[in-house]
Design a protein around this ligand. Structure first.
Ligand code: ZN
Length: 372
């Protein structure tokens, strides 16, 4: 195991922040997996899963069972973990800029094309390594004029040449679910099975460039660009894994999740061992634009009338917003049939606040699909 310290540029005067990465297994095998936790700094289930994962990786490395490099960043957002306001940790948005820590990663397709044009051949695997080398050099040259851009550059630099990128998040109150690229579903399906994912939400473009898409989107754009000339594989399986709700921080759960990730790496051949038995898929994958996001029509007290895991029919009321002064009660119904898989934890909402998510199968939204 090797530990690397990546100092962030742009830290306030007299302070120094760093991202610490732990590297297991051979770094010269041409295979790499990247796992980071808590990019939204106060989403802590992933941090505990990383803790358990590191213990397993250390043992596997000692046993000589790793066939590639596995990089773990247990604290992906040192800026956010340091933001406290009136006792509350503010981990989703940078206080200085208001920007979401998991948005606004650079789009790399346009700049990478001229770097690889004329260098590709007929071997998809060799082409993938050419793309990865070009991505590394591109990211090294990115500016880091603020602490936030430095953090984004550092994380992307660690992840960009990995064949598997797992970004461990959680929702407010939720069942385990995941987001990934539509083109990646065949590779992601075993992960959904092994983790018991209850919703697998697919999009080619979810909006505002989250981290997982910055790692993977380049590949399907390159595949389309070079189709008929050079084969480009889906060279980065990048997944945002939502490890239930923010309060779901417990050793048995985190240990089981870490076991599931090791089983997935065994399935991929990164970890030696017999292929794991894949449990049945809990729910079919669905397009992200088919997930209905239910919002508060007015400000008031939120009362959920359905529970997470309920099968919802279009027209079913999921929650009410009670205005205690007027006495009005506003019932909010799903527009789709689907699984009620995530909801907000606060029980007071301002008008317009997104409160509940129902994973349906037929598109009900368009435009920017990612949350604020
Ligand atoms: Zn998150």
């Amino acid at each position: 195991m090797q530990t690397q310290h990546h100092a962030l540029a742009g830290s306030p005067l007299g302070t120094r922040r760093e991202i610490v990465s732990f590297h297991y297994g051979p770094q010269d095998a041409g295979r790499k997996v990247y796992v980071q936790a808590s990019l939204h700094a106060d989403e802590l289930p992933g941090m505990l899963v990383a803790h358990h994962l590191r213990q397993r990786l250390l043992a596997l490395e000692a046993a000589g069972a790793l066939r590639g490099e596995v990089v773990v960043v247990p604290v992906a957002n040192p800026i956010g973990i340091g933001q406290t306001l009136l006792l509350a940790n503010i981990g989703r948005f940078e206080l200085g800029s208001g920007e979401n820590f998991n948005r606004h990663y650079p789009a790399l397709f346009d700049p990478v094309v001229p770097l690889i044009e004329g260098r590709l051949g007929d071997d998809a695997g060799a082409n993938a390594q050419i793309v990865r080398a070009a991505l590394r050099s591109l990211i090294q040259a990115l500016p880091e004029d603020t602490e936030l851009t430095s953090q984004r550059k550092t994380l992307l630099g660690l992840a960009c040449d990995a064949e598997v990128v797992l970004d461990l998040h959680c929702d407010a109150e939720s069942l385990l679910h995941l987001y990934t690229g539509t083109a990646l579903w065949p590779q992601a399906e075993p992960l959904a099975r092994l983790t018991g994912s209850r919703a697998s939400l697919l999009a080619a473009e979810s909006g505002d460039h989250p981290f997982d898409e910055a790692c993977s989107q380049t590949w399907w754009l390159l595949e389309a660009h070079f189709r008929g000339r050079h084969p480009i594989p889906m060279g980065c399986l990048s997944v945002t894994l939502e490890l239930r709700g923010e309060a779901d921080v417990a050793h048995p759960m985190a240990a089981a999740d870490a076991d599931a990730l090791i089983a997935f790496l065994t399935h991929r051949g990164i970890v030696d061992g017999p292929p794991p038995e894949l449990p049945p898929l809990r729910e079919p994958a669905t397009p992200l634009d088919a997930t209905d996001v239910l919002r508060a029509p007015v400000g008031g007290v939120v009362v959920y009338v359905r529970e997470l895991g309920d099968a919802i029919r279009a027209g079913d009321v999921v929650f009410e917003v009670v205005e205690p002064i007027s006495g009005a009660v506003h019932a909010v119904a799903s527009r789709t049939d689907g699984l009620f898989f995530a909801r907000e934890s606060q029980r007071y909402a301002r008008a317009g606040r997104a409160l509940a998510k129902v994973a349906g199968a037929v598109a009900v939204r368009s435009g920017k699909l990612s949350s604020d």
